[in-house]
Design a protein around this ligand. Structure first.
Ligand code: NAI
Ligand code: ISE
Length: 337
C-alpha cells in the first residue's frame, strides 16, 4: 500500500521533501500540496509529478479523503494550525522543526495527541538520523570514554534572510542542538544561558549575531554552543564531546583537499540541504514506514514540547543575560518508550 501524502508549505525544504518523497523514499506518493501562494503550490505540484493544488487551505488538504498522512513544511509560526488539524483528522503528521515556536503552543499539541490515544506526531529533528551524530553516540554509549563532561558545538550558517531575528537563533537554529545534544548525552536540560557580545557587521538591529548559548544537563554536562548565522564562509556544524577518558570529535562529510594556484585547500559545505541530505532521506523513509503501521519511532510531540521549553528559557536569557532554569516535568506514560 502506498502512503498518500498531503504536504503543506512548498518553500525551500518543502520542495526538497517533495522531491525526496517522490523519488528516493519508497512506498509513498505526494498526492496534494498547499501553499499560501498559488505559484508556490503549483511548483510543488509539478515537482510531485502532478498533485492536487490547495491554496491557503490547510483544513482542505488535511481533510481531503485522498490524503492518508500530512507533512508540514511551513515556517515554525504556522506549524500549530496544520498539526492540530491533522490530529483532529486522526492522520499521521510529520512536522518540520520546531514543532511550534513556544512551549505553550506545543503543550496544546501534546494534550490533543494524548486525547486521541494514538501516536500521530513526529518532529523533524533529523540530526538523530545523521551518521556522524550516531557514531558519536555509539562511542559514548560504549562506556569506553567514561562519562561526558562538556561539549563544544558550532552551528554556523553562511547567511539568513532579513526577517530572521534574535529569538529565531534559538527556536529556528539552536533547536537542533537543544534536541540532539540531550539525546546524545542521554540526559535532560537543567538550565541555560545566552551570552551576547560583539555583533558582526553583516547583521541588522533585530538580530544579535553571533550568540553563545550555554546549556547544562541535570547531571551537569555543559554544552557550549556558538550560533553564528551570518558567518559568510559556509554551513559549518561541529560537535566535540570531552569525556573523562578521551575526546570524541564528530566527523563531517568529507571534501577533497586540493592543491591549486599555490594553495592547499578543502571546501566547506554551504547548505543544510547537502550537509544533512542522508539524514532527511532516512528520517522520512522511517516516518513513511511507521505511518503505515500507525506508530511513531522518531522524535515525538513530547520531544518537540520539551525542546520548546528549553528554547523559551534561552529566549528569556537572551533578554536578561541570566541563567534560566528549564522545568520540563514528568514525561507522561503515553510517551514512555
Ligand atoms: P520557506 O519560507 O522557504 O518556506 C515556507 C513555505 O511555506 C513558503 O512557501 C510559504 O509561502 C509557505 N507558507 C507559509 N505559511 C503557510 C500556511 N499557513 N499555509 C500554507 N503554506 C504556508 O521556509 P523553509 O526554509 O522551507 O522552512 C520551513 C520549515 O522547515 C521551518 O519550520 C524551518 O525551521 C524548517 N527547516 C528545517 C530544516 C532542517 O534542517 N530540518 C532546514 C530548513 C528549514
Ligand atoms: C533552518 O531552518 C534549519 O533548520 C537549518 O538546519 C539551520 O541551520 C538554520 O539555521 C535554520 O534557519
Amino acid at each position: 500500500m502506498e502512503l498518500k501524502i498531503g504536504l503543506i508549505g512548498c518553500g525551500a525544504i518543502g520542495r526538497e521533501h517533495i522531491k525526496r518523497l517522490s523519488g528516493k523514499v519508497q512506498g509513498c506518493k505526494v498526492v496534494a500540496v498547499c501553499d499560501v501562494f498559488e505559484e508556490g503550490a503549483k511548483k510543488g505540484a509539478e515537482l510531485a509529478g502532478g498533485a492536487k493544488v490547495y491554496v491557503n487551505d490547510v483544513a482542505g488538504i488535511v481533510n481531503d479523503p485522498e490524503v492518508d498522512a500530512v507533512v508540514v513544511t511551513t515556517p515554525g509560526f504556522a506549524h500549530k494550525e496544520a498539526v492540530m488539524a491533522a490530529i483532529k483528522a486522526g492522520k499521521p503528521v510529520f512536522t518540520e522543526k520546531p514543532m511550534t515556536t513556544t512551549a505553550a503552543d506545543s503543550k496544546e499539541i501534546v494534550e490533543a495527541e494524548m486525547a486521541t490515544g494514538k501516536h500521530l506526531v513526529q518532529v523533524g529533528f533529523m540530526r538523530r538520523y545523521d551518521k556522524g551524530y550516531q557514531q558519536v553516540k555509539a562511542l559514548l554509549d560504549s562506556g569506553d570514554f567514561g562519562k561526558p563532561l562538556l561539549c563544544k558545538c558550532t552551528h554556523r550558517n553562511p547567511e539568513v534572510g532579513t526577517d530572521y531575528n534574535t529569538p529565531m537563533a534559538v527556536h529556528d537554529t539552536a533547536i537542533h542542538e537543544i534536541d540532539c545534544m540531550h539525546w546524545l548525552v542521554d540526559d535532560e536540560w537543567d538550565s541555560v544561558q545566552v551570552i551576547l557580545g560583539a555583533d558582526t557587521k553583516y547583521t541588522h538591529p533585530a538580530l544579535r549575531d553571533p550568540q553563545v548559548m550555554v546549556m547544562r544537563t541535570k547531571k551537569g554536562v555543559t554544552i557550549m554552543l556558538e550560533v553564528f548565522v551570518n558567518c559568510k564562509f559556509g554551513y559549518d556544524i561541529n560537535c566535540e564531546v570531552v569525556c573523562e577518558d578521551g575526546v570524541i570529535h564528530m566527523p563531517s562529510p568529507a571534501f577533497p583537499t586540493v592543491r591549486k594556484d599555490g594553495n592547499l585547500s578543502t571546501p566547506i559545505e554551504q547548505s543544510w540541504i547537502n550537509r544533512f541530505i542522508d539524514s532527511y532521506d532516512v528520517e522520512l523513509q522511517n516516518w513513511v514506514d511507521c505511518a503505515k503501521k500507525g506508530v511513531v519511532e522518531g522524535p515525538t510531540a513530547w520531544d518537540g514540547y520539551t525542546a520548546n521549553l528549553t528554547a523559551d528559557a534561552l529566549v528569556k536569557s537572551q533578554e536578561t543575560g541570566e541563567i534560566v532554569k528549564v522545568e520540563s516535568g514528568e514525561k507522561p506514560a503515553f510517551y514512555q518508550n
